[in-house]
Design a binder for this molecule. Structure first.
Ligand code: GLN
Length: 535
């Protein structure tokens, strides 16, 4: 069934949600990769959605896009950043996708007259997806979303229990992430909720092999003995994980706790000595005191959840730290920039970034922000929607005052940003945007080419609108240059302003390919330009 026996690590969470199960899973993957072991990661989410494409980013956070165009949970972004590896649709499984699959099979007569049941049919379908994602890797790490005991995730828990039975105890581990609350009045850290959560997992047929115990403050190492006694997990298999200044410290804390070697031993893996040199260097940089700092204004409409743009934030931070500067990122409400008199507040910023977005609200404010950057030589990076608004800003400044987009005015004849035929009528449907990797050829006479240092690039997309081919000849008059074109469909992928320190817009999402140890060229260029202007 499995070909080469992949080893499995299943990561569950207990006590409360938001403990950083995803970061733990990604950190374990990081430690194994650092030992020369090939890994894949997969997130199983109990939502009945088929993918994350239709989820509201305000509540659910960013929709991360993989190279093959899967619209996924933001945890996949952490995974990619922690293991510097491009993942695929196989790494993201939402309950809706499995259910849809089971029901379609039932309609197609594939169950041969059987009753179709959660156990064994749904659990078998889940296992099939997990096994499929594991193929070709030494270790496959599967994170189960939600908290153990939730009604919603029961079928996933049962599926990983059964899978463990099939592959054998030597070939899988169950990592359970728990929480140790601190009681202020008695100054003690409590282990009872963690004990109960391990018992809850046992009640579902799974004895945890490893416990990762999260706490706000460092816990006294003696607590490990007590947790071990009450949960049946060996002391050497328990890691204490207090809050960190940077999420990138987590692999190092786990490594210091000995969990990396413990996993290698428990799974009997062939491993090299871990090479964490570059990672350590990055963490040292990320947590040091910088002499210089810069302020970025991020113009957006969702202002209450930083997760909405987590990959953009991480890409900015990575470029800043490798440039040896501290970065402060302020949110600016795009709806407030609709009144031109409010634009003065943009003067406080060293750079302006307009990220991706959907819908009409706040778009005029984003156009105003782009106009301000153009007129005042302020470095500007426009991502997807931010590029579209930048093109409109340039057109309007060049006296094409009716220039607009399909989202602002769906009826206008002057859509410099418009939808191509294949997108029309699909506005509210899932999985139909231009998604995932597309090729782009760079114009050698451009700043963008200087940044990438290569003329053929591949970047990830998620949008419906495009620069309207009807207007691209006008760009020169509007003071902008096309610096990247899709060689296959000839659509514009990157633009830059001609006489400006840095005014770049890209139709794709560069943030998805940025890494903490390897900043993306466009973010790197943006931060370097800011530093040059500031000098
Ligand atoms: N709403 C715009 C479009 O669909 C931009 C999308 C984005 O920024 N990801 O084209």
């Amino acid at each position: 069934m499995l070909g080469k026996q992949t080893k499995y690590i299943f990561v569950t969470g207990g006590v409360i949600s938001g403990l950083g199960k995803g970061i733990t899973a990604a950190s374990i993957a990081n430690l194994l990769k650092a030992r020369g072991i090939s890994v894949n990661l997969q997130k199983c989410d109990p939502y009945l959605n088929v993918d994350a494409g239709m989820l509201n980013p305000r509540e659910h956070g960013e929709c991360f896009v993989t190279k093959d165009g899967a619209e996924t949970d933001l945890d996949l972004g952490h995974y990619e950043r922690f293991i510097d590896q491009e993942l695929t649709q196989k790494s993201s499984l939402m309950a809706g996708r499995v259910l849809l699959n089971v029901i379609q099979d039932e309609r197609a007569g594939k169950y041969d007259g059987d009753d179709v049941q959660i156990i064994p049919h749904l659990t078998a379908a889940i296992q099939k997806y997990i096994i499929e994602a594991s193929k070709g890797f030494d270790v496959h790490i599967v994170e189960i979303g939600g908290t153990v005991g939730d009604y919603e995730s029961l079928s996933f828990i049962e599926a990983i229990r059964e899978l463990g039975l099939k592959v054998g105890v030597d070939n899988c581990l169950y990592v359970h992430v728990v929480y140790l609350p601190y009681i202020n009045t008695s100054h003690e850290i409590k282990t009872k909720p963690a004990q109960n959560s391990a018992r809850e997992l046992r009640g579902l047929g799974i004895q945890p092999s490893i416990l990762v115990a999260r706490s706000e403050e460092p816990a006294n190492p003696k607590i490990v003995k007590k947790i071990s006694l009450f949960t049946g997990v060996k002391e050497s298999s328990i890691a204490l994980l207090p809050n960190a200044d940077s999420i990138y410290e987590v692999p190092l804390t786990l490594e210091d706790s000995g969990i990396g070697d413990e996993i290698v031993n428990l799974l009997n893996l062939k491993a090299k000595k871990p090479d964490l040199k570059n990672w350590r260097k990055m963490v040292d940089l990320a947590t040091k005191d910088f002499k210089k700092d810069i302020r970025i204004g991020l113009v957006a409409k969702y202002l209450d959840n930083t997760d909405t743009y987590v990959s953009v934030f991480e890409a900015l931070k990575s470029a800043a730290l490798w440039n040896d500067v501290k970065i402060d990122i302020d949110w600016i409400d795009s709806t407030e920039l609709e009144k031109t008199k409010n634009l003065n507040k943009l003067k406080e910023y060293d750079g302006i970034l307009v990220p991706g977005g959907f819908g009409k609200r706040g778009l005029e404010g984003k156009i105003n922000a782009a106009k301000f950057a153009l007129q005042n030589d302020v470095p500007y990076l426009g991502i997807c929607l931010g590029m579209q608004m930048a093109v409109i800003a340039a057109a309007r400044l060049a006296n094409f005052s009716l220039a607009t987009s399909f989202e602002i005015d769906p009826k206008s004849k002057f859509q410099v940003i418009t939808t191509m035929n294949d997108q029309r009528g699909k506005e509210n449907t899932g999985g139909t945007m231009r998604l995932g990797n597309y090729n782009c050829n760079l114009n050698k006479a451009s700043l963008t080419y200087e940044l990438y240092k290569q003329d053929k690039i591949i970047e990830r997309h998620r949008h419906r609108g495009e620069c309207n081919p009807k207007y691209t000849e006008e760009f020169d008059k509007w003071g902008i240059k096309i610096s990247g074109i899709n060689p296959d469909n000839k659509l514009v992928e990157i633009i830059e302003a001609k006489d400006h320190p840095f005014f770049v817009g890209c139709q794709f999402h560069p943030e998805f390919k940025s890494r903490p140890t390897k900043p993306h060229p466009l973010f790197e260029g943006f931060i370097s330009a800011i530093l040059k202007v500031k000098k």
